[in-house]
Write a protein that binds this ligand. Structure first.
Ligand code: MG
Length: 183
């Protein structure tokens, strides 16, 4: 029986934070750069929550634009998981209306996967997941509580939470090594 890997998109397969920064900066020029985002609630003090959600939706609606590129390691990361027998579910918290743009982006950059899960609650996948790759501490915490191995990329907003429960790394090659040696 194959193992299941649930893989996030934003800040896992591409640098969503840079796109978010550019969009929030249009609303408030004082928005700090992503290297200073010690929490992901970066809108606080810089724009309204409504504006922040609208900005995120705008980025997702334009997912398939020329500027939004995956990390150089993303294709090999997903390919290697599939080659090692993982059933790869790409899971992203975004509006269902952005499904086509997301599918086009994945196809355009030849990012292999078995299933695409778009919803506002990816944790429904966790009871059947062996591996969860994500950047948000609360998501990784839920993954670990469900018995999955939690891992992802290290960022200012998750650094303080990386402990014994889940391991965070500088790039996807290191995440892959960790997954393959731990499973
Ligand atoms: Mg993410």
């Amino acid at each position: 029986m194959s193992k299941t890997a649930v893989i996030d998109i934003d800040n896992t397969l591409w640098q969503f934070s840079d796109a978010l920064y550019l969009e929030v900066k249009k609303i408030n020029d004082n928005c700090p750069t992503p290297d200073k985002w010690n929490t992901f609630n970066i809108w606080e003090g810089y724009c309204s929550l409504e504006d922040f959600i609208a900005v995120i939706n705008t980025i997702h609606h334009n997912q398939d634009s020329d500027q939004y590129l995956p990390y150089p390691e993303s294709q090999n990361f997903l390919l290697a998981l599939k080659e090692h027998g993982f059933h790869v579910i790409i899971a992203s918290h975004r509006m269902l209306e952005t499904t086509q743009q997301t599918e086009r982006w994945l196809a355009r950059h030849r990012l292999p996967y078995d299933e695409l899960h778009i919803s506002h609650d990816k944790t429904v996948l966790f009871p059947d997941a062996d591996i969860v790759v994500d950047d948000l501490p609360r998501t990784l915490k839920k993954a670990v509580e469900s018995g999955a191995l939690g891992t992802g990329l290290l960022f200012p907003w998750n650094r303080a939470h990386a402990g014994n429960d889940f391991k965070l790394f500088q790039n996807l090659n290191e995440v892959l090594d960790y997954i393959l040696t731990s499973s």
